[in-house]
Design a protein around this ligand. Structure first.
Ligand SMILES: NC(=O)c1ccc[n+]([C@@H]2O[C@H](COP(=O)([O-])OP(=O)(O)OC[C@H]3O[C@@H](n4cnc5c(N)ncnc54)[C@H](O)[C@@H]3O)[C@@H](O)[C@H]2O)c1
Length: 392
């Protein structure tokens, strides 16, 4: 199958590398000549580095690169079996693109978007044949991140999601199937990792260095929430938070914080701008955590309970299967454990108690426990462990 990728920025270039390495002929298109050239150079250099490290042979690297065709001419897409776009995150621009693409490609060609925040249904709606449209959401950097979310829209024809899942698997990736709901799996379930950490900071329960310490040292996360937000960039992370909140019809559970909004407004984007929560300018003093284990566990269990609640609620609303929810969080954002398995390990009654205590204290909808979690505690069931935990 010949694959067309539109947009040769961070994501498009990475995806083109993945599919070329998997053996497909790839047409990579961008409207910006400089961006296209940069993408070609970065793909070639990435493939060469893989060959130098012995991960692929030099012949395989050269063959992958030969399968890649850089183009600014969309008519070269006329022989594509799949066209995937990774252009600017703007609904009107994406819709216009697919109106043009659909006129050029064969009737059997699959059309796909890598959008993070738009609904797949809304982009598909611009097409004459929306039944061939689907979401294929990679993570950054695409060549390194294993997870790919496959998102059928309400218009997508039956069977296409499974075909695409098989195809993604043949690219050497781990596909998970998810509903076309805001944030799909990862960007929905991960929200409290940032939001609850900021809330704890705002209330002065712990400072950011201590919260980061608790999540990494006691929780086993690779990065603490504040270091991670600075790494992602507040321009990106704040916008995702705001978009998920708006798309969920302003459900208070996803409410953005003023703390992060102010960093975004100030241009304190994090590492890339030299300042975020932390100060990355040369010689800047770094705050030290207070390694108080009792405080650290309080912080960890509060954020973890909120994360688990999101995962349980996503399961309750059939956003994804148990297995795919676990894969998404461990492979998409490298959590040390799947959240449902972690819930089993902590004990579901314990998680529910943490949430109910927060609800009792604040009376905010943000802390409402998922009805599924409550039902499971009542029935004594667990997500994966077979034996009943026997609490009634
Ligand atoms: N960056 C991430 O972490 C990430 C992760 C997953 C998904 N996404 C999604 O992937 C898409 C691309 O993100 P990115 O970070 O690679 O963006 P980017 O800004 O790095 O690249 C976008 C590229 O698209 C090109 N472009 C814009 N409009 C075009 C058009 N009409 N025709 C052809 N080319 C056009 C631009 O010239 C640019 O090179 C977005 O929808 C984004 O939401 C991004």
């Amino acid at each position: 199958m010949i694959i067309g990728i539109i947009g040769s920025g961070a994501m498009g270039a990475g995806i083109a590398q993945v599919v070329a390495a998997a053996g497909h002929t790839v047409h990579l298109l961008d409207q910006n000549t400089a961006a296209l050239q940069r993408a070609g150079q970065s793909i070639e250099s990435n493939l060469n580095k893989l060959a130098e490290k012995g991960k692929i042979t030099p012949e395989a690297a050269a063959a992958s690169f030969r399968r890649l065709h850089l183009t600014e001419d969309i008519t070269s897409f006329s022989d594509c079996g799949l066209v995937l776009e990774a252009i600017v995150e703007d609904l009107a621009v994406k819709q216009q693109l697919f109106r043009e693409v659909e006129m050029l490609v064969p009737a059997t060609c699959i059309l796909a978007s890598n959008t993070s925040s738009l609904s797949i249904a809304s982009i598909a709606a611009a097409c004459q044949q929306p039944e061939r449209f689907i979401g294929i959401h990679f993570f950054n950097p695409a060549p390194l991140m294993q997870l790919v979310e496959v998102i059928p829209a309400v218009q997508t024809r039956p069977g296409l999601a499974e075909e695409v899942r098989d195809l993604v698997q043949r690219w050497g990736k781990l596909p998970v199937l998810t509903k076309d709901t805001p944030g799909f799996i990862v960007n929905r379930v991960a929200r409290p990792f940032y939001g609850e950490a900021i809330r704890i900071l705002e209330e002065g329960i712990a400072d950011m260095a201590t919260i980061d310490w608790a999540m990494t040292e006691l929780g086993g996360f690779r990065m603490g929430p504040f270091a991670l937000m600075d790494f992602i960039g507040h321009d990106v992370n704040y916008r995702v938070t705001e978009s998920v909140f708006t798309s969920f019809f302003f459900d208070p559970r996803y409410k953005p914080s003023f703390t992060q909004k102010r960093l975004f407004e100030a241009g304190y984007y994090g590492r890339k701008s030299g300042r975020g929560f932390y100060d990355y300018r040369e010689g800047a003093a770094q705050p030290e955590p207070t390694p108080d284990e009792a405080l650290g566990r309080q912080v960890l269990h509060r954020i973890l309970a909120m994360l688990i609640n999101e995962a349980v609620d996503a399961l309750a609303l059939n956003v994804a299967s148990k297995e795919d929810l676990e894969l998404a969080m461990t492979k998409g954002v490298n959590y040390p454990k799947g959240l449902l398995a972690w819930a089993d390990e902590l004990g579901l009654p314990q998680v529910l108690q943490t949430l109910d205590a927060l609800y009792e204290e604040y009376h905010e909808d943000r802390y409402r426990a998922s009805p599924l979690l409550r039902r499971m505690v009542k029935s004594g069931h667990t997500f994966f462990q077979h034996e009943s935990i026997g609490t009634h």
